[in-house]
Every structure is written in C-alpha cells, then in structure tokens.
Design a protein around this ligand. Sequence first.
Ligand code: FES
Length: 618
Amino acid sequence: MEYRIEVHTNGDVHTIMAASGTNLLDVLKDMGILLYTPCGGKGTCGKCSVRVDSDIAGPSEEERRLLGVKAGKGFRLACRLNIDSDMRVYVDDLREQASIITAGTRKRVVLDPLVRKRFVELSPPSLEDQRPDLERVLAVAGMSGTDNGTAIMDLAGRGVGTRLLKGLPDVLRRSGYRITLVEAGNNLISVEAEDTTPALYGTALDIGTTTVAAYLYDLSSGELLNVRSMMNPQRKFGADVISRIDYAKKSQQAADEMRKIIAEGINDLIKQLADEAGIDQGDIYAAVFSGNTTMLHFLAGFDASGIAVSPFIPVTCRAVHMSAAELGITVNDNGYCLILPCVSAYIGADTVSAVIASGMHDSSGISLLVDIGTNGEIVLGGRDGLMACSTAAGPAFEGANIRFGMGGVTGAVDSFTLPGFKYTVIGGTAAKGICGSGTVDAIAALLDAGAIDETGALAENSGAAGLPYEIRSRFTETDGMKSFVLVPAQETVGDEPITITQKDIREIQNAKAAVAAGIETLISTAGISYGDIEKVYLAGGFGSTIHIQSAARIGLLPRQLADRVEAIGNASGSGASECLLSRKVQVIAEEIAGRIRYIELSASRIFTEKYVENMLFG
Ligand code: FES
C-alpha cells in the first residue's frame, strides 16, 4: 500500500508516494531533502525534527524527551517515524542555509599549473611523409613514444591514450593540422583543434566531513573565478567519519552509494562554478582534492574500514592521480585529477594543505596550527621539523550532542555576551538554536559571571544567591536537567527558550580538554614552552568564527598564546588551490606529508594526564 506524502520546504511543495512502513527520513533523503542528522538516523540525537500536520499516532516517550516542547507542537523525529498514512510534512532543508567559510589565505604563487596548453602547427602528411598521426603529434610535442610504445597515457598510465587516439584523425584534419596540445607534466592528455590556449581552467576542492568547498581558477592567469560550497551530502549517513565508515562497511552497494553521492555533489558544485563563470565544463582540465583521509578514501572508492579500528590503517596516504573519467568527475574526460597526500588515518590532506597555506613549514620560527572540527588536528613546528596529532574532540563544537546545538546556519546564535544577554543570530532571524561559537561564548560568559564554577558545574538556583538577579532568574530545567536560559522563549522561532544544559557544558568540557591536551602533548613532546611559539594559526570554519578571548577563557586555546592567533579560514582549500596553480607546491605537499611526524594520542600517557588536567575551567 502507498501513501501520499506532501513535503513543504523552503516555500516549495513536493509530493511523493511512499510505501507503507517506509521511514520518513529515507523518503526525504530520496527526495534530495537533507536534514541535520548528527546521529545518522539512529534516533538518539533529536535533531531531525519535522512538523507533521496529519492525524497520526503521537510520539513515544523517548521521542517526546528528545523533542522537548516541540513534541506538543506537532513535531516528530523523521528517523523515528514510519509512514502509515497520508502526511503533510514541513521541513527546513539545510542546503540553502549553510554559511560555509570558503575564504582563506591567498599567497602569490608562481604560476606553473598542473595542466598546460600549447598551440602547434604540424606539417601535413604526404607520400614523402607517411608517419602515423600519433608520431606526427609526438614529434612536435617533444615525446619519443618509446615508453612501451605508449607515450600517451594518463598519469596512472592507462586510459587516456585510447580516447585521445580515437578522436585524433578528426581533430588533425578538421583543424588543418593546427592543434592545441594539453599536457599534464610529461604526459599528453588531450589534443584540441585550433588554438584553444586561453580556455584552460582548473578546480580545487576541499571535502570536509560537514562541508565541501570548491574554487574555480583560470589556469592561464591564475585568477580565482568563482567559489561555491555545499553541505557534504554524505551527512545523511552520520555526522562523523566513523558512522559513515560503518555504513559503507555494510555492503559493496553501501560503499558504492557513499562514493556516488559525494561524486554527484561535487559534479553539481562544478557545474554551478562553471555556469556562473560562463565557461564550458569541458575546458576544466585539472581538479585537485584536499580533505580528511576518510573523505578522500570515499572519493577514490577505496575501502576506508581500516581507518575506523585500531591500529587505524588507511589504504594509502600517497598522492593519488586519476583521470576525471575514472573518478567520475564531470570536467573534461581526459582531465587530470590529483588527490593530495595524507599523513595518517587521522591527519589528512586537509592538514597538509593547511600547513602549506599557513607557510609554517617554511618558517624558521615555531608555529602551532589548530583545525577544530569533529576531530581537532594540531601541527607544531617549522622549517626544522613538524609533528602532528589528532584529537577526538567530537562534534560538540558543530552543535551535535548539544541540546539546542546546530551548525553555523541561519537561525543559529553565533555570539553571546554578558552582562545584558546580548547575542547575534546568523541571518538576522529569530533564534532557532546555538552553534559552536555561540556555545563557547556562552560558557565563557557564564564562567566570568560565576554561574559555572571551575569544575564545570552550573550553580544551583538556590545556591546562586550571590549572583545578580538577571543571572539568578535564568536558571531553569530542561529535560529534567539543570540548565540556563540564554535566549527567552519569546525571542525564538519555536517559542521555546534556548538553554545550555549541564550536559552541554560537560560535552564542551570534554571537547576542549581533548584539544588543549593535544596541544600540550605536542609541546611537551617537542620539549618547548609556550614562549617558544611565535604564531598560532586557526584553520577551518569554526576557527574563523570563534571569538579568541572566549576560546582562551574556556581553555580551548592556551591563554598565553591568545595574542598570537591568526585565523586563516579554509586553509585546506587555500593549500589545494596552491597545488593546482603550482607543480612546485604539489611537490612540497608530498614533502610535507612525508616529514610530518605523527603522534598517536591513544597510546600517549602524556595526553591522558593533560586531558584530565584540562577538564577543569581555569
Ligand atoms: S534523532 Fe533522527 S537523526 Fe538523530
């Protein structure tokens, strides 16, 4: 039996027939509507709420608990609701609302792109010159063709030659032997009729667990033409890499699905980049990919399961060269795709790219690079050596496991100060929830106000007599837990106060302790002190939006270094762009990946000690 599901989202109405028993979250996924699903649809995070305006059975006790007051307003958790009647569903689709940091550093690099074009004129064949078409081209290209007779190849050594040869006679004769050679390194990857040298473009992409950013460059001039971003469509399989690896492990079909969905998302982005810039996608000849090790494994179609379990072994950390056709990316079929090198299962190409963007690898002084996401990646060092670690900070800073937490999207409280309970909301709308920077601000402000003590305990209402009335009056209970009202109900979208609960504070305490302990472990291992560190680079979206003083107040970043912090935005995207524009930087990326010393924290006694110490708010 099938039912009619009418879905209202972002002002549009979509209707679909769904079989009885189908899960509503799956129906929405199939319609391309993405919800915020940090628990991957396990029914435990309470974030996938949608309003259902139909006569259906009410939510279970557990669902009510997760929904809070929303339960009384017709909201349901999509992942816990199976279709058993016609339904009208109201959904906030996150895709349109994401506020993703794409800006980064833009260092000047000497333009020497991975792919080049060269216009040449060949002498036409005659009875005196009966060389085959291929030999005629190779002679002008400066290639001998003696490498097993297959001088034309893609960078993996196969595939492109056949495609190129098939079209070669037509290109030569149609153009009157006036052709443009497209070369990647020492390889000829394509031949085009006439002089097409000005039409040469490339794209650099940063594939994060949460977001994907893409940059389009004119490879003839080095000019940045367009930037676009999206939420990573793999989020529907879980907010973190482990949930996604678990999903992909289920079957070959699941693994293929994981790969396909990111390739399709990337292709949408590339189309958008090209259309808006007014260029032909077929003129994009190079794509460079940065990202964490798991995301890059999914992209390449590698088995990522070894990354999820001790001793955490990826298939490869080397740079991977593939043709666009092989990778399923819709640039020129003969296009050159480069997946940048990683260091380990949890120090990916995104960290290598961030090091490049910061320039710390080239500095005589010592720098610290911190990228806080689901994991916190930390690099310490300079020209004389680099070491790195990855801490399982958890997704608390991205809003997961926080009662009113949400990503940095429209409706999120992203700053908060006391006295006066001043806050700002992304998009200037009424508040829907709170993102990482807002949560860090709130905890810092409540620590300063004495509403949270150094152990992280919220003051008891009754014991808060010493606090000013404006603070005392905000203590409340949420889901039976001690909590504090940050935004009163009348100022929120759901007419429900946005609170920070005792559990939220513990989640942030754990996350900040993990990052701080990672930093201190590297400093201790290097045998240096804070005074030896000249510069702190904060990479990533969260690093660009947190307020440094608040981060230092809660102990996420060392207070001693607060005056040396520089946010460098999407440094992974910046580093990937540099690799796209310069073969020299590509070589440097491989060198950096090879020389970063990885420190495994799960086996570190120092880390365990530092973690316990950093659980306190100083
Ligand atoms: S509760 Fe539905 S995705 Fe987490």
